[in-house]
Design a protein around this ligand. Structure first.
Ligand code: ATP
Length: 446
């Protein structure tokens, strides 16, 4: 399968089955902004829930928060985003298009007479590169002219740093400890694309771990290991996951070390999560800009220090896309193409489909009653329309791991057929135990 074809097929499947729709589609769509449909919202929620369980619930040393998207503008001065979160761009005076200054399609040197616009082909119409800030700006207050400028946060991490003292004091944690948060972030990306990979509104799952200087390298290595393990436990193909270490030219000036978890998408190896050793840059800057002391007093050693931070920063949308890409497959079955999303049962949006074989002989009544019971335990779907084979295929496309069919033997022998999505094997399970049977297989591990 050609790689572009795979992405096209995935985008079309996502729309057809209700995973992802284009934002404002009936108005022609909004560029690189996407909405999650009924199945997509479940899939992404499973990603976020698993992250939260692993990072917050399963540990004693991490607390969760949910900070506001709008923050004091000074936060973004302290963080360096107002001055430095920029890309150099050039405009074409002729066709008004805008490009990154390093766009490989530009012929010649932007700003000079030899430069040719890659869209309209005009010569000498490209401006000199100008810095363009990626933060979305808006106004707080009723009258725009007098109102304060506020930004939509371009990352969730700052909400953690500015709450560091609040959490430390209210939770009675001691260093080393971490703060985790899941939330929306916004970046006015110049070259968004590849479906939900790079968008202007997205969701991050970030954790900042505060440690004593000198122990940071050790914690960094631990976090690298734990985060890669988490991706493996999502059921991703390990051969498509790898580390990418930031070289000196990629490393942010304050960062002591940075590694990305990369996944091999149809459009190449790309980052899905970053693990960064940020030193004392963040707390140092907020201490300086806010005038509030943020150092830590360690009673056991009688020492005072500004904690170092090890950050793990993952994109919920990118991980969701990773699951979709990893799960998609086509198989030839009896002369037909079967499309399957082979999700790990723990992340599948629907865990079981319930089907009466025919709409008579008491089967719909038994199936409905089973469905009502199952639905209270895990997401289930009832379908009584069309041939049973077609109903299985629809569930294959939704990635549902189990199909339960109520048939003639159910009424006589109180057993149902459980059909497995991947092997298509069928087995008979007691009607009374089928709920437990599925619950055991969809729980998953952390
Ligand atoms: P990239 O180089 O791909 O733009 P980045 O290095 O700017 O990413 P970070 O600032 O480290 O990304 O953000 C952490 C995580 O947030 C990324 O690993 C990614 O999963 C997610 N993320 C960042 N920008 C976007 C975006 N525009 N759309 C979707 N997810 C994003």
């Amino acid at each position: 399968m050609a790689d572009t074809t795979l992405m096209d097929k995935l985008v079309s499947l996502c729309k057809r089955r209700g995973f992802v729709f284009q934002s404002s589609e009936i108005y022609g769509g909004l560029g690189s902004v996407w909405d999650y449909g009924p199945l997509g919202v479940e899939l992404k929620k499973n990603v976020k829930d698993r992250w939260w369980r692993a990072m917050v619930h399963a540990r004693d040393d991490i607390e969760g928060i949910d900070a506001a998207i709008l923050m004091a503008a000074r936060v973004w001065e302290a963080s360096g985003h107002v001055a430095g979160f920029t890309d150099p761009l050039v405009d074409c005076r002729q066709c008004k298009n805008r490009f990154r200054a390093d766009d490989p399609r530009i012929k010649g040197t932007p700003g000079q007479r030899d430069a040719q616009c890659p869209v309209c082909g005009s010569k000498g119409t490209l401006t000199e590169p100008r810095l363009f800030n990626l933060m979305f700006k808006t106004f707080m207050g009723p009258v725009e002219e007098q109102a304060a400028v506020v930004y939509l946060r371009p990352e969730t991490a700052q909400g953690i740093y500015v709450n560091y003292l609040n959490v430390l004091q209210s939770s009675r944690q001691k260093i080393p400890f971490g703060i985790a948060q899941i939330g929306k972030a916004f970046r006015n990306e110049i070259t968004p694309g590849n479906f939900i990979f790079r968008t202007r509104e997205f969701e991050q799952m970030e954790m900042q771990f505060f440690v004593k200087p000198g122990t940071d390298a050790e914690w960094f290595e631990r976090w690298r290991e734990w985060r890669m393990q988490w991706h493996h436990e999502l059921g991703l193909n390990p051969a498509r996951l790898r580390w990418h270490q930031h070289g000196p030219d990629e490393l942010a000036h304050y960062a002591r070390a940075a590694f990305d978890v990369q996944y091999e998408f149809p459009f190449g190896w790309q980052e899905i999560e970053g693990i960064h050793n940020r030193g004392d840059f963040d707390l140092g800057r907020h201490q300086e800009y806010s005038g509030k002391k943020l150092d830590y007093f360690e009673q056991a050693t009688n020492e005072r220090f500004l904690p170092y931070i090890v950050e793990t920063s993952a994109g919920a949308d990118r991980v969701t896309l990773t699951l979709l890409v990893d799960a998609y497959r086509e198989e030839e079955v009896e002369g037909e193409t079967r499309v399957v999303l082979g999700f790990h049962p723990a992340v599948a949006p629907i865990k079981a489909g319930v089907f009466p074989l025919v709409k008579k002989d008491g089967m719909p009544e038994v199936a409905t009653s089973l469905y009502r019971d199952l639905k209270l335990r895990f997401p289930s779907f009832y379908d009584d329309s069309g041939a049973i084979g077609r109903r299985y295929r629809r569930m294959d496309e939704a990635g549902t791991p189990f199909g339960i069919t109520v048939d003639g033997e159910t009424t006589s022998g109180r057993t149902v057929t459980v059909r497995h999505r991947d092997s298509m094997q069928q087995e008979r399970v007691s009607l009374d135990l089928v709920g437990d049977y599925i619950a055991e297989r969809v729980g998953g591990t952390l």
